[in-house]
Design a protein around this ligand. Structure first.
Ligand code: ADP
Ligand code: MG
Length: 324
């Protein structure tokens, strides 16, 4: 069913950044301490993710390339409670159906690992792999066999900027994991593991920006807790790329948060100015729905006003005190 896989791939994998999203989530699931993301030509020529996670034995490596073999969603309750990453075990087969795909993996104590090659969804080789423990996945020539999809890709620079944004999200969500990003052979980010969020933000955004950030006071309002950092009114951008919000550790977007920010900054902002914000929300899982479509991070809060209010309060207090 390689056609079915290709169709599904369009759902899961709309562009190179989405491949990176799925593969890095898998590496995190595998307990990786260091994840390296390498891309060439905006990810259209090559995406390579290397991790030092648990790896797979041969049986699991073969199995994970079969559609739905690893589905984690079995009941409605599962669906309501998707707390771990991963979406229905479709990512790897979908990506492999639209690329020249190579998986090399070895468990920590195994004498030998497994290497699998798949060309446009067709298994072309399975052999022993003698590399490091952990997993390397290479995705070459994305959409080479789906010209309609390939045409849909933007310039390499644009695709790369989506990749970098995706990388930032993962890196901020997981400061205890080391991350490296390599673009066309040059290291763009090398972020050592840290226990301190501000170190991670510094690694991504630079010293200059970090010294101008204001730490939010911890605000708790109707079951919504907010923490994080914001730029003062002078530290803003012309788009929302640097307005990053995590809900229980996952990057999300929501109008309720945008309204909360707008209200919190009230008159301090001109139209079309978006202050740099790193928000961390914590809420009970029953208080929101995450769209189950894998490519979307849109959240529906059961009480959007509470979220808006919590964000607005945190921002107002931070701006009042200017506390660092
Ligand atoms: P899902 O993440 O929903 O299970 P995927 O297709 O993304 O579906 O991955 C399928 C399975 O392959 C995972 O559940 C995991 O067991 C295994 N896997 C994928 N990537 C890795 C990795 N980097 N390290 C170890 N196991 C992995
Ligand atoms: Mg996955």
């Amino acid at each position: 069913d390689s056609l079915a896989s290709q169709v599904a791939a369009g759902e899961v994998v709309e562009r190179p950044a989405a491949v990176i999203r799925e593969l890095v989530e898998n590496s995190l699931d595998a307990g990786a301490r260091h994840i390296t993301v390498e891309v060439q030509r905006g990810g259209t020529a090559l995406i390579r993710i290397t991790d030092d996670g648990c790896g797979m034995d041969r049986e699991d490596a073969m199995l994970c390339m079969e559609r739905h073999a690893t589905s984690k969603i079995r009941t409605k309750e599962d669906l309501a409670a998707i707390r771990t990453f991963g979406f229905r075990g479709e990512a790897l087969p979908s990506i492999a159906s639209v690329s020249r795909f190579r998986l090399a993996t070895r468990e920590r104590d195994a004498l030998s690992g497994t290497e699998i090659e798949i060309m446009g969804g067709k298994l072309s080789a399975v052999k022993d792999h003698g590399g490091n423990h952990g997993t390397v996945i290479e995705v070459r020539s994305l959409f080479f066999n789906v010209p309609a999809r390939r045409k849909f890709l933007r310039t390499e620079a644009t695709e790369y900027s989506h990749i970098e944004q995706q990388f930032r999200l993962h890196a901020i969500a997981n400061p205890q994991t080391a991350f490296t990003l390599i673009r066309d052979g040059a290291v763009t980010f090398h972020l050592p593991a840290t226990a301190d969020m501000i170190d991670r933000i510094r690694g991504l955004a630079g010293d200059e920006l970090v010294t101008r950030l204001i730490k939010l006071p911890e605000v708790e309002h109707l079951g919504v807790s907010v923490s994080g950092y914001i730029g003062g009114p002078g530290l803003s951008r012309s788009n929302r790329q640097q307005q990053i919000t995590f809900l229980n550790g996952r990057p999300i977007e929501s109008p309720a948060i945008n309204y909360g920010l707008k209200e919190g900054f009230h008159n301090a902002l001109m139209k079309g100015q978006y202050p740099v914000t790193f928000l961390f929300l914590e809420m009970e899982a029953q208080a929101f729905d995450i769209n189950v479509h894998p490519a979307k991070k849109e959240v529906r809060f059961h009480d959007g006003f509470a979220v808006r209010e919590a964000v607005a309060r945190a921002v107002k207090r931070a701006l009042e005190t200017g506390s660092k």
